[in-house]
Design a protein around this ligand. Structure first.
Ligand code: SF4
Ligand code: FES
Length: 309
């Protein structure tokens, strides 16, 4: 089938035929593994006009990346990258996703392989399941979480800190999902999230401290140490990164003697990274206190920093 015919079929929402004629090779490809590589390969193959069978042994596609927080080297949110691909893959009429499946046998030759795929039972009819969760109540296999051990803060908190914190707790009493609003209020009040305060939050909400630190370190808006008088934001979005903002960040780190996310001893600068500040044509770019600097060369950095006392 020609590429034009394939795109015409796809635009009509039709499934691409498995093969063109008796003696032609199959127009189908088997992809093993539904991680990010398998998903992307399936999407690319489908876009090239192939019927795709994506075989994944676990109950869902997404693999390790779906469980990651951020990705190296740009620190972009892993979920933001993989979610659109998951949706696209599940909706693509030319990709058949076979979860809880293994390739049991493979024979034939290049262009005409025959694969035997063994599917394990799900015990539900996936097409009919709405994910309502009612069956959880009747499930004979119950996951009993371990109780959270009693929390004992490692650092003392002064009376003034406790008096500032109590109204924040009171404000979000009985609120569903109070962690983020409480962290926002603390960040606004203190200007950052002091460790002793976070330990009190852990005790108050009965949430493990590592979980609170995971949330606090995920969002750029939260600071884990007091901020400097000026905030530098180096863009590590794709356009800036390919034009050298990684080197720019390293250069500023050396110049100030701090790492990204840190503040220098004089509390003059806090150095942060951001993803795309909307001026990709000026890459590599950075912002200081909201002022944008573009097409930055390393020898310009000292002059720029001197403007901020
Ligand atoms: S009870 Fe709800 S979640 Fe469970 S199988 Fe039926 S539709 Fe799916
Ligand atoms: S990637 Fe840096 S401004 Fe867009």
């Amino acid at each position: 089938m020609s590429a034009d015919k394939v795109s015409a079929e796809r635009s009509r929402g039709n499934v691409i035929p498995l093969k063109g004629g008796e003696n032609e090779p199959y127009g189908a490809v088997l992809v093993c593994g539904g991680g990010i590589a398998g998903i992307q390969a399936s999407l690319d193959l489908s876009a090239s006009g192939f019927r795709v069978y994506l075989v994944e042994e676990s109950p869902t596609i997404g693999g390790g990346m779906a469980r990651l927080d951020k990705t190296f080297p740009t620190g972009d949110c892993a979920t933001c990258i993989i979610s659109p691909k998951l949706v696209e893959c599940m909706r693509d009429l030319n990709i058949e996703v076979l979860t809880m499946s293994d390739v049991a046998a493979l024979d034939g030759e290049a262009g005409r392989f025959h694969a035997t795929v063994r599917r394990r039972p799900r015990s539900v009819i996936p097409e009919k399941c709405t994910g309502c969760g009612d069956c959880w109540q009747s499930c004979p296999v119950t996951n009993v979480p371990e109780p959270t051990p009693p929390f004992s803060p490692s650092q003392a908190m002064d009376a003034e800190g406790a008096a500032r914190l109590q109204p924040i707790f009171d404000r979000h009493l009985n609120e569903p999902g109070p962690l983020l609003p409480i962290l926002q209020d603390i960040n606004d009040d203190w200007g950052y999230l002091p460790r002793p305060v976070l330990e009190r939050v852990a005790g108050h909400l009965a949430v493990p401290l590592p979980e609170i630190l995971r949330v606090a370190s995920f969002y750029n808006a939260f600071k884990l140490e007091p901020a400097g008088r000026h905030t530098i934001e180096v863009c590590l979005g794709t356009a800036c990164f390919v034009r050298g903002s990684g080197l720019l960040l390293e250069h500023i780190e050396q110049e100030l003697g701090i790492r990204a996310g840190g503040t220098d001893k004089e509390r003059r600068f806090t150095l942060n990274t951001v993803r795309c500040i909307g001026c990709c044509a000026l890459a590599p770019a950075m912002r200081i206190d909201g002022v944008t600097f573009g097409r930055i060369r390393l020898n310009m950095v000292s002059n720029i920093l001197e403007r901020f006392e």
